[in-house]
Design a binder for this molecule. Structure first.
Ligand code: SAH
Length: 401
């Protein structure tokens, strides 16, 4: 392919084409030999190998470590508004199964998982929340909004483009109503035709809720009959609500966030569940776990759903120590025959490493634990086959013997 003929060519260093040949979508700055022009932020570029062979079209992020995000590996595809529109519509179609299960909170677009790097769209009842985190996607803002409006005529759209990664892309934060009405401070979103979880679209984490944990919340419900449950890193108490619905005798929600615990309390009332069976504890989880171990308290089920400890490769070791620490303490708090549901949402901690960390924690705790099930993000958080980083949320259901 002639460099001159193609649109905004970028040439890779020799040998750096391999991951692209396997259709992994990220091109890091270190892989690039030459950028043949002063391309605009978010421009469509053509990535070529060192011999000028076509590898992919992608979107250019001049200030980010991930310099290009691939959009198509097919040379005949046109990178335009129609491509983005059809990918959004395909993503929406794929979610039918999750809606049909009786969920009113569904991730409609899951970034790389839907071949739309840098775009998240979540639907909560009659609100769509968009979050754009790359300057390439930013260019398609109007198309994104128009496509969503035409597919969901009765929905309001709110924007939560306030991720840290936006700063790395040289973009400012942007939040607010895009169209329709402003969301109430807390709305309640039904899961599986059952429990409704509290969601704060304007000020909550991410776009308002952790929809990715839906499958594991259901699992906890099924394990909870008559059980005492400790829900660590509870956020707005989704796991706790499912435990109560499943017949838990007692549930303790622990989180450092006042706002999250306040919302968690309203969730109990909204679902007509018994507030007498729940405690809301504002405390650092590490500290609370240590205190309970010292007191010799035991629970039937302990849930550990921490935030992302491994933010970068540089802090991976420290993150692993953090995971091992909470898992050791968590395992010490589980009764014989009881369960630990433990998770990591760090993309850098793969399932094998996570299992090793939990195995080491069990050794330290002198606990014999068995893996009853492996847990994962629900299917609307689509995993891209060539991009394993999109399988970020993994968990284990450990039975203590
Ligand atoms: N399990 C939740 C999501 C958890 S998100 C759900 O299903 O919705 C992680 C939560 O951990 C956040 O609410 C955050 O406030 C809390 N958190 C972070 N560090 C903490 C710490 N050291 N102690 C207690 N809570 C913490």
């Amino acid at each position: 392919m002639s460099q001159l003929k193609c649109l905004n060519p970028i040439i890779l260093n020799e040998g750096r084409e391999k991951s692209l040949q396997r259709h992994h979508p990220w091109i890091f700055s270190k892989a690039i030999a030459k950028v043949l022009g002063d391309y605009e932020k978010g421009a469509t570029v053509t990535v070529l190998d060192s011999q000028n062979n076509f590898l992919c079209y992608g979107l250019y992020s001049p200030e980010s470590q991930i310099r290009v995000r691939a959009l198509s590996f097919d040379e005949s595809v046109k990178i335009d508004d129609n491509l983005i529109k059809s990918r959004i519509e395909n993503a929406i179609l794929m979610r039918k199964r999750v809606f049909d299960r009786g969920n009113d909170g569904v991730r409609l677009v899951s970034s790389e998982g839907d071949l739309l790097p840098g775009l998240i769209v979540d639907k909560y009842n009659e609100y769509l929340v968009i979050s754009i985190s790359s300057c390439g996607m930013e260019r398609f803002y109007k198309t994104i909004v128009k496509t969503l409006q035409s597919n969901f005529k009765d929905c309001s759209i709110y924007e939560r483009s306030d991720t840290k990664s936006r700063l790395k892309e040289g973009l400012q934060k942007r939040c607010g109503v895009v169209s329709g009405k402003e969301p109430e401070d807390t709305i309640y979103v039904k899961e599986e035709n059952s429990v409704a979880i509290p969601v704060d679209i304007k000020n909550g984490h991410k776009t308002g809720a952790y929809l990715d944990q839906r499958l594991s919340r259901i699992r906890l419900g099924a394990l909870s009959k008559g059980a005492s449950v400790l829900n660590c890193f509870s956020y707005t108490g989704g796991f706790g609500l499912w435990a109560l619905k499943g017949g838990a005798s007692k549930i303790e929600n622990v989180d450092v966030s006042d706002l999250a615990l306040k919302a968690a309390k309203t969730g109990v009332a909204f679902n007509h569940l018994d507030p007498g069976r729940c405690k809301f504890i504002k405390k650092d989880v590490f500290e609370y776990l240590r205190e309970q171990v010292e007191k010799g308290v035991k629970y039937d089920v302990v849930v550990l759903d921490p935030p992302k400890f491994a933010e970068s490769a540089a802090n991976l070791k420290k993150a692993c120590r953090g995971y091992q620490d909470i898992n050791r303490l968590g395992l010490m708090l589980v009764k014989k025959g009881g369960h630990l549901l433990t998770f990591s949402c760090s993309g850098l901690v793969d399932p094998a490493l996570f299992q090793k960390i939990v195995a080491d924690a069990a050794l330290d705790a002198k606990v014999d634990g068995r893996v009853i099930a492996t847990l994962r993000q629900d299917e609307d958080h689509v995993v891209s086959l060539p991009c394993p980083e999109t399988f970020y949320l993994k968990g284990l259901d450990i039975m203590v013997m």
